[in-house]
Write a protein that binds this ligand. Sequence first.
Ligand code: UDX
Length: 439
Amino acid sequence: MRTIRIAVAGTGYVGLVTAAVLAHVGHDVVGVDVDEERVRTLNSGGCPIFEPGLPELLEESRDNLTFTLDYREACADADVVFIAVPTPERVDGSANLKYVFASVEQVAEAMGSSCVVVVKSTVPIGTGDRVQRHLATLLAGTGREVEVVANPEFLSQGTAVKDMLHASRVIIGVESERAREVMARVYADLPSPLLFMERRSAEMVKYASNNFLALKIAYINEIANLCDLLGADIDDVARGMGADPRIGDKFLRAGIGYGGSCFPKDTKALHWLSSFHDREIKTVKAAIEVNAVQKISLIKRAHRYHSDFEGLTVAVLGLAFKPGTDDLREAPSLDNVAILLDAGADVRVWDPYAMDNFKRFYPDEVTYCASIPEALADADMCLILTEWPDVLSLDPAVFVEQMRHPLVLDGRNCYALDEMARHALVYESIGRRTVGTAR
Ligand code: UDX
């Protein structure tokens, strides 16, 4: 099969992973971005984002994957142009599409006789139609033709390469047989089933799926909070629920809620969109409200032991919104550290990858520690916010050895209760009984 010439506009973690995987399966791919530093890094063999497996994919595809600042160089003879630029949240929660339309206008100017424009960015339902109409206006009288396709991504940070190479499904919204044929060839050499549907339905699948996952997390966290009160164990409850294939055992991990660049943004965007059309999705509104409180629920527990935090030394293990990434977007660490500092605590932080990013928010206000024991040294309390492998594998004796008062508040249920009970410490987690008693 003749390889397809593909341009990818936007080389963030979605665009870059998309470009790398499509090059990996043999297409000729050109990534285009507005960020000079990023393009320079990519063309010199570097990888500007932290995603396991991505550097290797970029390295092996150097013959058929290049990067440029110039849309004409990327799109002039492209058969397919992916739009993978950011759609940041506006103040009112709606999705800001200025980068999408700026990119589309660059494509209209730079493209050849015809191409398929694939919107991979997360966009409100109906955006594909708007882009199609806008392109028709821009191309009127030029004899050039464009078809717009919706192809939302379901990549999780930290596993984005694996998620695309082995996607459970590829959702493709098309409005013509030709667009369908082109997209079938784009994805022909990937193992995932292709689910074709109309454009608006494909756009809705993205929002409906992400919001359902966020809802599932908010729900299990509310059940966990009730477990706390009633003495049930959320790990066993989740195990019992998850054994039902109708529920499924994924995304039932109770904790301090979700962060990241997607769930918070997609829940607010869908809630805004539904409210705008007088069809407010109340379940999503509830998930947003539940999550906001859950993120700082450890602070409330800490007040069971300390009426105030003035002068307390508090260790924070984990800053990134989840393991496997250095991303701090909507991370619970930002909310919790702000509260601790405001309350006069002396905060010591550790994270294997996200400390440099955290310094952009708190250059001097916290102590950055090179190891977990260093962070725990003489601490009166420890908050666990990210379940990094180094945290999961830590010998609980370290809490007792290093801390002045071994009070561990675990927001990610990292340890087995019976293991913690063997140590002279107090261990609080989410939806499970407290281990140990305050001395
Ligand atoms: C998510 C979706 O999974 C992905 O399909 C979409 O394309 C982008 O948004 P991501 O945000 O990268 O991916 O990470 P994910 O692994 O989904 O976790 C999101 C947040 O939920 C994290 O803060 C994580 O700690 C939290 N989470 C996840 C839970 O609290 N409990 C769970 O059971 C699962």
